[in-house]
Design a protein around this ligand. Structure first.
Ligand code: SF4
Ligand code: FES
Length: 380
C-alpha cells in the first residue's frame, strides 16, 4: 500500500484508460495503438490489475474504460471488472463485440460491469468487415448490441470516421437507432499509431466533412432527449488545436497492457519520455512526481505562439503526440493550430484534398510493419 502525497499543482485524475491487451480479432487501419504492439506475454496479471485499480481509486479515479485491443480476449476480464467495482470505480467495456455471448455478458454483469461501448466501422455489413479486416464482424456486433440491450446496460456506439465511411454518417446514425443505443460517438480519425501510418488512405475531403457535419446537426435536433450524438472534431481541418486529454497529466491516465503508465494512449511514441511502469513505482508517485507526467503539465513548458496565447489554458497547446509526430519535437505548438509555424504541414494535406487513388490499408496486425532490426513477432 502506498502513502498518498499532495498532488503537484492540485491535479487529480478521475479517469483511467485500462488497456488490458493489445491483442485484437479486428485489424482496423485507423487504430491509435502503437505500431509496436505489446506482446501477450508482457501483459499485467489479474493481481497486478487489481492493485492498479485499487491505487487508482485512492488517487481519485472514479471511471475506467476497459479497453485494448479487445478486452474480451482477457479470460480474467470478469475478475478485473469485479476489482474495479470493489474499488468503487465505474466500468465501461470498450469492445468490438467479437466474442461476446450471453454467458460472458452475464458473468460481466454479475461482476459489476456498468456500461458498454461498441465499435462499428460502417453501417453496411460488407464495408464494415472490409474496414475491420475481419469477415462476419458486423454480424457479431449486431448480436452483441442485442445482448447488451437485453441485459439492460447503457450502450454506446463508437464510430471512427474517415474517407471510407464519412458519407455513411446518416446510415450509421440510423443503425444506432435501430440497435437501440443511448449514445453515438462519431469520432473523426485522430492520426496516431496505425492511423498515422494509414493517413493517406483515411484522410477525407473537406466536402465529405462538411456534408457529414450538416447531417449530424440535422439529426441531433431530431434525436434530442433520446440519443446523445457526439461529434469529435477533425482537428486537421478546423485550424484549431484540440485540448488533448483535457491537458497533460490533468484529468486522466492510461495504463498500457505491459504496465507502462502514460498521460495519454499515444505517448508511448515519444522517444525520450522515460515512461514509468506500475511494476516499478506506485501510481501516486507516477501521477505526482514522475518526470513523464510533469513534462507538459500546466503551461510553464510552452514557448513559441502558445507561450503568450490567451487560449493556452483552454487547449493546453493542443496535442503533444501530434506535435512530435509531425515536427519531431513534442514541445512545439500543435501543427493543427493555425497559429503554429508548422501549420503548413497539415494545410498541405488538407488543402490539396486526399490522393485520388488512396493506397491500400496497412491492417493493424503484429509484424505488418517490421520493427527496426526485427522481422516481426508471432504474438499477440
Ligand atoms: Fe492553442 Fe497554442 Fe494555438 Fe494558442 S498558439 S491557440 S495555445 S495551440
Ligand atoms: Fe498524446 Fe494528444 S495523444 S497528448
Amino acid at each position: 500500500m502506498t502513502t498518498h502525497q499532495a498532488p503537484v499543482n492540485g491535479a487529480r485524475p478521475w479517469a483511467l484508460l485500462a488497456e488490458l491487451t493489445h491483442a485484437c480479432p479486428l485489424h482496423c487501419p485507423y487504430c491509435s495503438n502503437p505500431l509496436e504492439l505489446a506482446r501477450r506475454s508482457t501483459e499485467l496479471s489479474t493481481g497486478q490489475w487489481t492493485d492498479v485499480l485499487r491505487q487508482a481509486a485512492a488517487l481519485g479515479v472514479v471511471h475506467t474504460h476497459l479497453s485494448g485491443g479487445e478486452p474480451l480476449l482477457r479470460p480474467d476480464l470478469e475478475r478485473i471488472v469485479a476489482a474495479a467495482e470493489a474499488a468503487g470505480i465505474y466500468t465501461q467495456l470498450v469492445t468490438s463485440g467479437t466474442g461476446l455471448d450471453e454467458a460472458r455478458l452475464g458473468a460481466l454483469c454479475a461482476a459489476g460491469l456498468r456500461s458498454v461501448q461498441l465499435s462499428v466501422q460502417h453501417a453496411d455489413a460488407k464495408a464494415n468487415d472490409r474496414i475491420a479486416g475481419r469477415p462476419s464482424s458486423f454480424a457479431a456486433k449486431e448480436r452483441a448490441a442485442a445482448l447488451v440491450r437485453r441485459a439492460g446496460l447503457p450502450l454506446g456506439l463508437n464510430v471512427v470516421l474517415h474517407r471510407d465511411n464519412l458519407d455513411a454518417v446518416d446510415d450509421l446514425i440510423e443503425l444506432g437507432e435501430a440497435w437501440g443505443v443511448d449514445r453515438i460517438e462519431l469520432a473523426n480519425t485522430q492520426f496516431y499509431g496505425w492511423g498515422l501510418l494509414n493517413r493517406a488512405a483515411l484522410l477525407p475531403t473537406r466536402d465529405q466533412l462538411a456534408r457529414a457535419r450538416e447531417t449530424v446537426e440535422r439529426r441531433r435536433e431530431r434525436l434530442a432527449g433520446r440519443i446523445d450524438l457526439v461529434w469529435v472534431v477533425p482537428d486537421y481541418f478546423d485550424g484549431v488545436a484540440k485540448p488533448c486529454m483535457g491537458g497533460w497529466g490533468a484529468v486522466s491516465l492510461t495504463v498500457a497492457p505491459d504496465g507502462t503508465v502514460l498521460p495519454c494512449p499515444a505517448a508511448a511514441s515519444l522517444p525520450d519520455l522515460d515512461a514509468p511502469n506500475v511494476r516499478d513505482r506506485p501510481l501516486d508517485w507516477i501521477w505526482e512526481h514522475s518526470p513523464a507526467f510533469n513534462r507538459f503539465r500546466g503551461t510553464g513548458w510552452m514557448s513559441g505562439p502558445c507561450g503568450g496565447c490567451p487560449r493556452r489554458e483552454e487547449d493546453f497547446g493542443g496535442c503533444r503526440c501530434q506535435a512530435y509526430a509531425l515536427t519531431g519535437d513534442a514541445a512545439r505548438t500543435d501543427p493543427a493550430c493555425a497559429l503554429s509555424p508548422d501549420h503548413h504541414l497539415i494545410r498541405s494535406l488538407t488543402d490539396t484534398g486526399p490522393v485520388q487513388e488512396p493506397p491500400p490499408y496497412v491492417y493493424r496486425r503484429p509484424g505488418a510493419v517490421p520493427e527496426p532490426g526485427h522481422g516481426g513477432s508471432p504474438e499477440p
